[in-house]
Design a binder for this molecule. Structure first.
Ligand SMILES: Cc1cc2nc3c(=O)[nH]c(=O)nc-3n(C[C@H](O)[C@H](O)[C@H](O)COP(=O)(O)OP(=O)(O)OC[C@H]3O[C@@H](n4cnc5c(N)ncnc54)[C@H](O)[C@@H]3O)c2cc1C
Length: 412
């Protein structure tokens, strides 16, 4: 019997394509046709780091490999009095491509390679259970929709009970790329963050602007505004917010050109960070595993959710291959704890970043602003969650990380 995979985001697609390579039969259940994905609004502004790009290479996905989509650096600005700025290079470039284009093309590719795709929405646990009877294992990769209820929240791993940020963003013309071209993050104490990566969408190169607002703070008017049918007013309000709070970003904006690429290219929402149980028994002897956002949702601030979804999909594919069948409770229990070991540094790091920063964070950012080697080492860790978490989880680790970064290239 085959594996059933519900959902065609990066988690479900990378799993399906990997299983296909391994010769393991899988059926993808999708609520959306590729053109429906393309025509919808953006649900995110994903940057894929090099590790994810390497997995795409392993899958033989070449369409999004072009250096035209590269973002090779990240600049950080802590705004306001006592603020600081630094920029670091990623050892290998990340890629920022509109996920509507990316996911639609991967779904088509899976079909072209002979993969089985069933177009149907799986409404609830009852339908999931019916589906489970026809598969040796179900994998739920359906994002943050209704099916998450199948997997109970794990309070000990989920410190937030309400979303720590409200989100609003869009794909804009009229923002000059940073120098060097890449991603920029503007952290505004007491208000939130503005993330502005260079981005590739349907019309070519532009910029994503994502506002992360602390609840009831100065950014809330934009994240909570009603802009239905009024994309011009949205652009105007975003520009006013940038002008007031992120001068370095404002310098890159040409006011006459600043506008959403298309009215559909905006989003508003929030992510409640949560870790759910990684597996559930659907009926006697039938099990479902959760991956991606269906299992763990992270705030987008650290740009990790999609990268983690891909990593865990590969890890699960390896485990399914190694096991070769009979995916019962013991298998689900063991594999989901192994996947948790992979995911945990991302969760801990992201939750620390969106919370009240501990003193070692301030020390690290100051050291990065003072020394390019520290800045580069810090930015490189965006693609190394284990190292990132290790370097910030305790003040003494941060001291060690800074000292090591300072010594490496000077040969001390
Ligand atoms: C504004 C924003 C910016 C972000 N930036 C980044 C970033 O830079 N880097 C990064 O790594 N992550 C980022 N993320 C997080 C990232 O978008 C998610 O973690 C990732 O896309 C989750 O992928 P997924 O495959 O698990 O789920 P999803 O992408 O949500 O896919 C779920 C799929 O399941 C389908 N589906 C849902 N319900 C059903 C159903 N009932 N039946 C059948 N199918 C169903 C959906 O149609 C969809 O195809 C960002 C998120 C946001 C909101």
């Amino acid at each position: 019997m085959s594996i059933g995979i519900v959902g065609t985001g990066i988690s479900g697609l990378h799993l399906a394509l990997r299983l296909q390579q391994f010769g393991i039969e899988a059926t993808l259940y999708t609520a959306q046709e590729p053109d429906g994905i393309r025509q919808g609004p953006p649900l995110n502004f994903v940057t894929r780091f090099d590790s994810t790009r390497e997995r795409e290479k392993a899958l033989g996905i070449t369409e999004w490999a072009s250096s035209a989509y590269d973002n090779a650096s990240m600049q950080m600005h802590i705004e306001g009095p006592g603020g600081l700025s630094f920029g670091g290079r990623l050892p290998r470039p990340a890629s920022s491509v509109d996920f509507r284009m990316y996911l639609a093309s991967l779904l088509e590719e899976y079909g072209k390679r002979g993969g089985k795709v069933v177009h149907r929405a799986v409404a609830d646990r009852t339908q999931l259970t019916e589906l489970g009877a026809g598969h040796s294992l179900l994998v739920v990769a359906a994002g943050r929709g209704a099916l998450v209820e199948t997997f109970p929240r794990v309070p000990a791993r989920s410190p937030y009970v309400s979303a720590p940020r409200q989100l609003a963003g869009g794909l804009f013309h009229g923002v000059r790329p940073s120098d060097p071209p890449g991603m920029t993050m503007h952290m505004v104490p007491g208000a939130g963050e503005i993330h502005a990566p260079a981005y590739h969408s349907f019309g070519g190169r532009l910029s994503a602007v994502l506002i992360e607002a602390l609840p009831d703070g100065p950014f809330s008017a934009v994240t909570g505004g009603d802009y239905r049918g009024d994309s011009d007013r949205f652009a105007k309000d975003v520009l006013a917010l940038i002008t007031r709070h992120a001068p370095a970003l404002r310098e890159r904006v040409d006011e006459r050109e600043f506008a959403l690429a298309r009215p559909v290219d905006m989003l508003q929402g929030a992510v409640l960070p949560v870790v759910r149980s990684g597996w559930a028994e659907l009926s006697d002897g039938t099990f479902a595993l959760a991956i991606g956002d269906a299992w763990i949702a992270n705030d987008p601030l650290t740009a990790q959710g999609a990268n983690l979804g891909s990593k865990v999909a590969f890890q699960l594919a390896d485990a399914l291959r190694a096991r070769g069948g009979a995916y019962g409770e013991q298998f689900c229990r063991v594999v989901s704890e192994r996947m948790w070991a992979t995911a945990r540094p991302v969760v801990d790091w992201t939750n620390m970043f969106i919370g009240e920063p501990p003193p070692q964070m301030g020390a690290l950012l100051a050291a990065a602003a003072a020394d390019q080697r520290v800045a580069d080492a810090f930015i490189a860790n965006l693609d190394r969650p284990d190292d990132m978490w290790h370097s910030i989880c305790r003040p003494e680790n941060t001291d060690e990380f800074i000292a090591q970064a300072r010594s490496v290239r000077s040969g001390v």
